[in-house]
Design a protein around this ligand. Sequence first.
Ligand code: AHG
Ligand code: MN
Ligand code: MN
Length: 354
Amino acid sequence: MQFVGRTTLSKFVIENTRGQHSEMGALLIDVAAAVKTISALVGKGVLSGYVGGANVINVQGEEQKQIDVISNEAILRHCEWGGQLAGMASEELDEPYPIPEQFPRGRYLLVFDPLDGSSNSDVNVSVGTIFSILERDAPGNAATSDFLQPGRRQLAAGYAIYGPSTMLVLTLGKGTHGFTLDREGGNFLLTHPDIKVPESTREFAINASNERFWEPPVQRYVSECRAGKSDVRGADFNMRWIASMVAEVHRILMRGGIFMYPKDSKDPGKPGRLRLLYEASPMAMLIEQAGGMASTGRQRILDIAPDALHQRVPVLLGSKEEVERLERYHHEYDTGTDRPFESPLFKERSLFRS
Ligand code: AHG
Ligand code: MN
Ligand code: MN
């Protein structure tokens, strides 16, 4: 049997959390169980009875689908009972979820986006689950303030991607490792040990419909990528936009690239689209552990001290050379040492120069 003798996720987790964090190992095995439940549901498409249908508006003023709600429930039910947790926080819940009375408490905190990119579930495109584990100083009931820790304090971070195959990609602070679900056997098997993001890339991902709302350094970067060989980059770039951050980050971990959801002026109340605690921070840890970089353009994402559970941040992550370049463009703009940016639409930059 080709699958016998492979490293399962359980084996990997138990071996790598022995001693100080063995309880976190047990928690991660429950997270994997939740992910398998969600994978089975998502994989049934409209036959599950949860895809399509009416949506409600969630705590953040965004559409909440039935599949978001049921995925959230799956994680709560799979993880609340084991005695490892002091509390959970989710994209789908306004306040932290307290561990029900009848279960023991632990010191870990689980934070998650149960279904990322869920608008894609209606069109049969990859979606995912993102999670992060933090620690409280003592077992007990977590308060909101316990969750407000910078991402560099994460003990573990990961995502599951529900695509043609289901994968779970995990870091425990020693590299980023990918496991593929063997649906028949029911196990996640280690298929992508020690993933490395190539340092350079010629592929970028951004929702270009927001271009007029971006800051000049991001406009400059994207304009140069689009100009390709004819401008300062001296090479043609390719562009992708899936609208599932999980799928975008997965592609970058597999073959390099840069993903941007930058600060924009579309809604001045929101300094970015993505949420720090359960989108940006776990992805930043996975990318850094794979040798990439994750930044707001002005600060390392893992160094941001959160001030709210659902705080949003600009996210620029992926291949090191490109994120460094973007940070430089932000610095040059902020210090006024940038070349003045003028839109190629007005034919004043090199893009339209003969
Ligand atoms: P969610 O479905 O959890 O709300 O997150 C969707 C996020 C992210 O996955 C993706 O990168 C981004 O929203 C897409 O935003 P646009 O629709 O603005 O492209
Ligand atoms: Mn999301
Ligand atoms: Mn979501």
